[in-house]
Write a protein that binds this ligand. Structure first.
Ligand code: NDP
Ligand code: 8X3
Length: 251
């Protein structure tokens, strides 16, 4: 069976890296993206032993870089079957009146505009081929607003709305669109949110067993390997100890 091509943003850590690993092991060629070139090289060196790998280093929030990167792909690699829009992060956790506008810009620019910029380059390729699948990584923060989450929540509500809009607009073109909305996943996410404060980052997962990047990657693998006539629309995924954005059973 011919291998499909998956384009994964934010593949240098966490959910994206786990997704690259699992898809590489299940008959996909992978295009792995991120800003950290050293990580891309290390992951590519490993995955090249089991599948074909291409790396692209760019900032999703820089439209010029995004365009250049996507169009640098050889023609064969531009036949992208699956786009996983995963790159993003939270920056800060504070009452909105105390928020840092640089954090707001970073979240809107990467989580919202970045997802749009990457999709803008890849959707026409899918439309032309009348096939493709876009998987957008939202968050429980895009379903429920919690205290101090304000702008991060707004960015993920936007991802949810964009996902629904894509599903409608791409429907005539035979393109599937799925939204996946995780709860607590232990990755580098909290270290980024708390700007390297290890203690604060660790506390987020105190007294519970959080999801791992691999748990989300398993779901992504399931979603992108359904038969042609099946599209999973929208899913939330929690650790067993979590019932909503703020309801978490801790030991
Ligand atoms: P990580 O911090 O481990 O991974 C984030 C990834 O995104 C990295 O590969 C990073 O790569 C990339 N990235 C971030 N900003 C940019 C940018 N401007 N340009 C290019 N790449 C970027 O966190 P997660 O794996 O947890 O996060 C992945 C996604 O999952 C995010 O969208 C996050 O919001 C979402 N999510 C996470 C949850 C969690 O609890 N962890 C729960 C719900 C959703 P690099 O730095 O190399 O560019
Ligand atoms: C990440 C999950 O609950 O920290 O999107 O917002 S949460």
């Amino acid at each position: 069976m011919e291998k499909k091509i998956a384009f994964i943003t934010g593949a240098t850590s966490g959910i994206g890296e786990a997704t690259a690993r699992i898809l590489a092991g299940h008959n996909f060629k992978v295009i792995i993206c991120g800003r950290r070139k050293d990580r891309l090289k290390k992951i590519s060196d490993e995955l090249s032993k089991i599948t074909e790998v291409t790396t692209l280093s760019f900032d999703v929030s820089n439209q010029v870089e995004v365009k250049k990167a996507v169009h640098s792909l050889f023609a064969d690699w531009q036949k992208i079957d699956v786009l996983i829009n995963n790159a993003g992060n939270a920056h800060g956790l504070s009452p909105i009146q105390d928020g840092d506008t640089k954090d707001w810009d970073a979240m809107i620019d990467s989580n919202v505009k970045g997802l749009l910029y990457v999709s803008k380059e890849i959707m026409p390729m899918m439309v032309q081929r009348k096939s493709g699948h876009i998987v957008n990584i939202g968050s429980i923060a895009g379903k429920e607003v919690y205290a101090n989450g304000n702008v991060y929540c707004a960015s993920k509500f936007a991802v949810d709305a964009i996902t629904q809009g894509m599903r409608i607009d791409l429907n005539p073109h035979g393109i599937k669109v799925t939204g996946i909305h995780p709860g607590l996943v232990e990755t580098e996410f909290s270290m980024v949110r708390f700007k390297g404060d290890e203690e604060r980052a660790k506390n987020v997962y105190n007294g519970l067993r959080p999801l791992t990047g691999k748990d989300i990657a398993d779901l992504i693998l399931f979603v992108v390997t359904r038969p042609d006539h099946v599209m999973l629309g929208d899913m939330t995924i929690f650790p067993a100890a979590q019932a909503s954005a703020t309801t978490v059973k801790r030991a």
